[in-house]
Design a protein around this ligand. Sequence first.
Ligand code: GTP
Ligand code: ZN
Length: 210
Amino acid sequence: MDNHTNHLDEEDNGYIKIDRYNEGKIAAVAHHYKDILGQLGEDPNREGLIKTPERVAKALQYLTHGYDLNPAEILRSAMFKEDYSQMVVVKDIEVFSMCEHHMLPFFGKAHIAYIPNGHIVGLSKIPRIVDAFARRLQVQERLTNEIRDCIQDTLMPAGVAVVIECKHLCMAMRGIQKQNSVTTTSAFTGEFAKDKTRAEFLRLITANLH
Ligand SMILES: Nc1nc2c(ncn2[C@@H]2O[C@H](COP(=O)(O)OP(=O)(O)OP(=O)(O)O)[C@@H](O)[C@H]2O)c(=O)[nH]1
Ligand SMILES: [Zn+2]
């Protein structure tokens, strides 16, 4: 966090106000993008492109704003002592991230479960930490492990399960150009090492209960 403290205003509970842009950084990134437009054979001064470098800079800052979030702090801000020890599953959480190799989007869904061990967490905090890790330059495997580790190390539940399924635009609109391939990654701790517990989680995320 230290090298980002000037980036955006931080609040006490790990959140930042993402509507406030760091003007110095936006100007610097925009300057490079004006150059890039020229390198791509465009006229950066034509009407439609005048504001494009600044728009791209703001978009990129938004798409990577996870660097300015503290996911563990987000979880800690809503942990409650509770005597509930059944699996809690939050499924179909939208994921939007950017692959670190091509800086192209990958997107899909995350399904997350934990088994409480004295504490539960505010439900909205699970998708919040997904965003905090996804809104960075990522690979899907690391994203999966970071979410698992954050929940395990902060909430210290009896087990955590994370399954993420995503389409990668770097595989769809360029390169191998496969439009329909979906990549699934998973990470488990504790109780989810047991076949029976893991099977229940997989059944719950594939069941059509609603
Ligand atoms: N494991 C993993 N690989 C990813 C992810 N996102 C993109 N990639 C891959 O990163 C790899 C980078 O490989 P390189 O050979 O260096 O890059 P490239 O020449 O652009 O490769 P192609 O995409 O095959 O054209 C590619 O195989 C991508 O499909 C991810 O989240 N996880
Ligand atoms: Zn890629």
